[in-house]
Design a protein around this ligand. Structure first.
Ligand code: ADP
Length: 886
């Protein structure tokens, strides 16, 4: 009875009088005192509550008491008191195991519940909340088991090492880890040796992981071995959580790691699938599988959609219809081979497209048979290789074109191999034959030089030397063809060297430039001919800028300007012109345009040493793309002599007119003379009679003075009229010419009984020319009219002759009309009357020059002289352009 548990004999106050039983050796004995120790002295403080009062009060109760134990952890004992003679016997049994088991099972239950909750939460939360949820669960665990630092480490297959996936640390604890921290392979060594959870003290290799403090690690193992560890820092499980068993730790760790890993794997798998899907659709690729005896085919959804197929499974026949007819039969046979004999399939096919003009779509088909017997499957994939195929085809086409180009190029492309300091032909493009009539075989080493024109051989040797020295060369020499003719060749070559810089071969081309060379020579010769032509031409030839600065002038021009030909460029043509001439010249140039680039004129220059020169000048403008005048090319001829003779002719005609007018003019002067003589006779008569009053004398002398002035005016005008004309034309009012004409003719006309009908000119305009010449024209017309009228009156004495002179104008021109009633001009002669020396008058009377000179004068003024017969006579019209003052 006394060999188990603990027996204590207590007195009435509860003091221990005797101890027996095996457990008494475990008790911590209170220090010895005067009295026996009290039961309370053996107990942990909280047991005081169980025993209050004295042993007599405790009877009939079950007492659970915790004793101080020599082992450390308290001793849990259960017992009761019973009277034993005069003492109380406290009989106690050890219930430590019982309690532990109960706590443990309670703990296990709680742990299981916890594990379920953790796993449930981790499984249910969304993928994005997963890290947060894991952190929350770690925090829960940390708080529940009072773990200062907790972390879940996973094995990273890529890094082949452990990594902190998620951690939690209490705020007052130094952080041992960080998320994503690499732990290396240290944890590996644990999995082999210790299948269960570990106390760090016993595993010095892990000290680093736990910062050299206490730590505790629990593995999680699946089919692949240990894949996760729960790490608890600053924590020793047996002391801090004695009631949690290894199984519980494993279960909790599994509850964390298993769903986490599942979800991570699931996520990875999902990503992979997504990537695969997108890869397939990007590449236009996908798998296929054939079922039955080539009955149906199943395609990857992405493939079916790229092929625009409605269903992913369809009869093989329908699928083959998608293939281009040219490739269809071969594919069918190859599929059959795969099905029957497991011959692997590898074939490139085109898709059948309704529109043949589109670039073809190419697929590469690969297939194989997997497994045997019932589980035999025929699978494969299709890959869009249009890009590659089309590139291949383009490259092939480009290559063919290039070959074609080389072959058909007018240039000969050649390769020369470097052999011991010499270059020997090893390749010529096909164009060699048509060009020179040789083949490569004709070019044995050394024979090429023999075909070079003897005069060009030195150049050929220099070409080779330069090619070898500088790496490239451009030369021109003659080569003999198979028929013995020579071709001018432009040779461009480049040297290719090896890695060491030693010459390997030369690649180059020969271009037949015979035609071009000959053409250049011809151009040079023709240019020379033109140069000589220009230089030796009697005409003046020059080029000048729009501001009249000469850029070139030939010898005749230089001679006229009394300069050396080389002095001409830079000299201004305008410096030999009067201001007015220059303005007129530039005005004329301004009218040149790309549509009307040519203009001719007679220009008047003041040349050194010569008074005046007249040049007939023809300009051709050269324009840029915007139509701006860049330069003028001009050809000129000296017209001075012609001009002089013309002037002389005009002058002679003028003199002739004067001659014709002589009788009229005599009358014109006679008339005042007569008046004066009459006045003088009368004055003398009076003086003789002695009644010459002063008033009478004044009156007569005044009359004489008037007549003197009148005669002087006629003589003055005659002098002016008889003069040579000015060299240059001037603007003047044509009325002046009318007035001059009348001053010379009116008296005569009046005398001859010709009625002069002059209409007042109601406007003022200016024309350009010489006033005396216009007067000459008018006089000619009036004298001709007078002659016709007098002739007519001779035949018909009652005839009343008249000449009418009137003017009219419009915006651009003024017209002077001279009309008579002399019967007009025989229509057959109308055409001829302006010809020089045409006259109907008797020899010695008419010169036949009047109208032809008049015509020339009016034309020179830019106008036109014309005639028409009116009802009664001839009607001449002088039409002149009005000059507008600038
Ligand atoms: P000329 O007067 O010396 O004959 P012109 O050249 O002046 O030379 O005239 C040529 C000819 O034209 C004249 O001979 C004449 O026959 C004819 N003629 C000129 N003017 C008239 C006119 N007003 N009426 C008739 N005939 C005219």
């Amino acid at each position: 009875m006394h060999s188990v548990g603990l027996q204590m004999q207590l007195n009435a106050e509860g003091r221990v009088v005797q101890l027996s039983g095996p457990l008494r050796h475990l008790l911590v004995q209170p220090p010895p005192g005067a009295q026996a120790p009290h039961l309370l002295d053996f107990l942990l403080p909280h047991s005081n509550l169980v025993i209050e009062g004295s042993p007599a009060d405790w009877q009939g109760q079950t007492l659970d008491l915790d004793f101080y134990s020599l082992n450390g952890p308290p001793l849990h004992l259960r017992g009761w008191v019973q009277p034993l003679a005069d003492v109380w016997l406290l009989q106690m049994l050890d219930i430590g195991d019982l309690l532990l088991e109960r706590r443990q099972s309670r703990n296990r239950e709680q742990c299981q519940l916890l594990a379920m909750q953790i796993a449930g939460q981790l499984r249910l939360c969304s993928l994005t909340r997963l890290p947060e949820m894991l952190a929350e669960q770690l925090q829960n665990l940390a708080q529940r088991f009072q773990i200062p630092c907790i972390a879940l480490a996973l094995f990273d297959e890529q890094e082949q090492g452990w990594q902190i996936h998620q951690h939690y640390a209490a705020s007052d604890t130094p952080q041992l880890w960080q998320n994503g921290q690499r732990l290396g392979t240290g944890l590996d060594s644990l999995s082999g040796s210790a299948p269960q959870h570990l106390n760090l003290r016993e595993h010095p290799r892990l000290q680093g992981t736990f910062g050299n403090t206490d730590g505790f690690a629990v593995p999680y193992q699946d089919a692949q071995g240990v894949v996760a560890w729960l790490l608890c820092g600053y924590f020793t499980a047996p002391q801090r959580a004695p009631d949690v068993t290894e199984r519980d730790w494993l279960q909790i760790t599994a509850a964390l790691a298993c769903p986490l890993l599942e979800r991570l794997r699931e996520h990875r798998h999902h990503l992979q699938l997504e990537r695969l899907e997108s890869l397939q659709s990007l590449l236009g690729t996908g798998w296929w599988e054939v079922f039955g005896d080539l009955g149906d085919i199943q395609l990857a959804p992405s493939l079916a959609s790229t092929l625009n197929l409605e269903a992913t499974r369809l009869p093989l026949q329908n699928w083959l219809a998608q293939i281009h007819p040219a490739d269809r039969e071969e594919l069918r046979i190859r599929l059959q081979d795969l099905q029957d004999a497991s011959t692997p399939l590898l074939l490139c096919v085109r898709l059948h497209r309704a529109d043949d003009t589109l670039a073809p779509v190419w697929y590469r088909l690969q297939g194989q048979a997997l497994g045997v017997g019932k589980s035999r499957r025929v699978v494969g994939f299709m890959l869009d290789i249009s890009d590659i195929k089309n590139q291949e085809q383009n490259a092939a086409a480009a290559h063919a074109r290039l070959n074609n180009l080389i072959a058909s190029s007018p240039a000969v492309i050649y390769l020369q191999r470097y052999v011991e300091g010499a270059l020997q032909p090893v390749f010529f493009s096909d164009s060699l034959m048509p060009l020179l009539g040789w083949t490569l075989a004709d070019c044995a080493p050394g024979t090429l030089v023999a075909r070079v024109h003897p005069d060009d051989r030195l150049q050929y040797f220099e070409r080779t030397r330069q090619l070898l020295r500088k790496g490239s060369v451009r030369a021109r020499y003659r080569l003999r063809d198979s028929r013995g003719g020579y071709h001018w060749l432009l040779d461009e070559a480049r040297l290719l060297r090896d890695d060491l810089g030693l010459p390997v071969e030369a690649v180059g081309l020969w271009l037949d430039v015979t035609d071009a060379t000959l053409a250049t020579e011809q151009v040079r010769q023709s240019e020379e001919r033109y140069r000589i032509l220009v230089e030796d031409s009697p005409a003046m030839i020059c080029r000048y800028l729009p501001d009249l600065t000469l850029t070139f002038g030939n010898r005749p021009l230089a001679t006229y300007l009394e300069l050396a030909p080389e002095q001409l460029p830079g000299v201004n043509l305008g410096s030999w012109m009067s201001g007015e001439q220059r303005d007129a010249f530039i005005r004329r140039l301004n009218h040149l345009s790309p549509e009307f680039p040519v203009s001719s004129a007679e220009i008047n220059l003041q040349l050194p040493g010569r008074e005046h020169a007249w040049w007939v000048w023809s300009d051709r403008g050269v324009f840029d793309e915007q139509g701006r005048l860049l330069e003028v090319q001009a050809v000129g001829r000296d017209n001075t002599e012609v001009r002089r003779s013309q002037q002389q002719l005009t002058q002679s005609a003028k003199m002739a007119t004067l001659g014709e007018m002589a009788t009229g003019l005599a009358h014109e002067i006679n008339q005042p003379l007569n008046v004066m003589r009459m006045a003088v006779v009368n004055v003398l008569k009076r003086l003789n009679n002695g009644d010459a009053q002063v008033d009478y004398l004044i009156d007569k002398l005044t009359r004489i003075d008037t007549q003197v002035q009148r005669a002087a005016r006629v003589v003055d005008h005659l002098r002016v009229f008889g003069r040579r004309s000015e060299i240059e034309q001037q603007p003047f009012n044509p009325t002046l010419a009318i007035e001059g004409t009348l001053s010379l003719l009116s008296e005569d006309m009046h005398d001859k009984g010709v009625d002069l009908r002059i209409s007042e000119c109601g406007f003022e305009v200016q024309v350009r020319g010489h006033v005396d010449q216009l007067e000459q024209v008018l006089i000619n017309l009036m004298v001709n009219a007078r002659d016709a009228l007098l002739d007519k009156r001779e035949a018909n004495p009652g005839f009343k002759p008249w000449i009418s002179l009137y003017t009219e104008r419009d915006t651009h021109s003024v017209r002077l009309w001279v009309e008579d009633n002399g019967g007009g001009i025989d229509p057959r002669l109308l055409e001829r009357i302006f010809e020089p020396f045409f006259t109907t008058k008797a020899v010695g009377v008419g010169t036949g020059l009047g109208l032809s000179v008049s015509y020339g004068i009016v034309e020179n003024m830019g106008g036109k002289l014309s005639v028409r017969n009116s009802a009664e006579g001839a009607r001449f019209c002088i039409e002149l352009p009005i000059v507008v003052p600038d």
